[in-house]
Design a binder for this molecule. Structure first.
Ligand SMILES: C[S@@+](CC[C@H](N)C(=O)[O-])C[C@H]1O[C@@H](n2cnc3c(N)ncnc32)[C@H](O)[C@@H]1O
Length: 205
């Protein structure tokens, strides 16, 4: 993330949005993390991780980020949760977890930062147990093409996804969405809860 986006993310307004809007919406869409073993990819400064533990009832969260400065911030914020949280460096495309290791993977606006975004989605599927949930809030190509995003923020420029393409990739891998995902802000965001089936057999890309 560049300076502008770091300021946007490490900001009380971002925390309020996550707490007051995104978490309740994800719960309405079927996110069920009570007593779950969760991994959060791209945890940033750890506000989302705290919500997963306190508001959504996760038993344990492995919180990962590619940026060492963010990991340090999150470690400071989350120190009080002791053994319920493990905050460390980690790449969404190469998760430091065994196959079928967790009950849920949470993505608060991270995969649109990943150049090989389909690899990140495949990693999510790999580490989830059958029946596990992929809880996502993602930023689409529609947003990334806006003047404001192109001028002030930095994202990979090629092969960004629309809401439909993101959902199609989930379907190709075999995820199902018991409740339809929603788009927000004229299609800038796609938000939903996908479930990994008992067996995944990806279709052709
Ligand atoms: C837009 S911020 C979102 C931060 C936080 N999830 C939130 O909602 O406030 C994206 C975060 O993803 C991290 N990130 C980017 N690419 C990543 C990757 N491949 N693996 C893990 N984290 C990544 C960035 O360092 C940054 O902290």
């Amino acid at each position: 993330m560049n300076r502008a986006e770091t300021m946007l993310m490490n900001n009380p307004a971002r925390a309020r949005l996550q707490r007051a809007y995104e978490v309740p919406l994800l719960q309405r869409l079927g996110a069920e993390l009570d007593e779950a073993d969760v991994v959060e990819i791209g945890c940033g400064r750890g506000v989302g991780t705290e919500l997963l533990l306190r508001r959504m009832g996760a038993a344990h969260v492995t919180a990962l980020d590619l940026d060492p400065a963010m990991v340090q911030r999150a470690q400071r914020r989350l120190a009080r949760y002791a053994t319920r949280v493990d905050v460390k460096l980690g790449d969404a495309c190469e998760l430091p977890l065994a196959d079928a290791a967790v009950d849920a993977v949470v993505d608060f606006g991270v995969i649109h930062h990943v150049p090989a975004w389909r690899d990140a989605v495949a990693e999510v599927a790999r580490v989830l147990r059958p029946g596990g949930q992929f809880v996502f809030e993602e930023v689409t190509r529609h947003a990334l093409q806006r003047w404001s995003y192109r001028t002030f923020l930095e994202h990979p420029e090629h092969d960004r996804f629309s809401a439909e393409e993101f959902l199609a990739e989930l379907a190709r891998i075999g995820f199902t969405l018991p409740r339809p995902a929603v788009t927000r802000f004229f299609g800038d965001f796609v938000i939903g809860v996908a479930v990994k089936p008992s067996t995944t057999r990806p279709g052709p890309r």
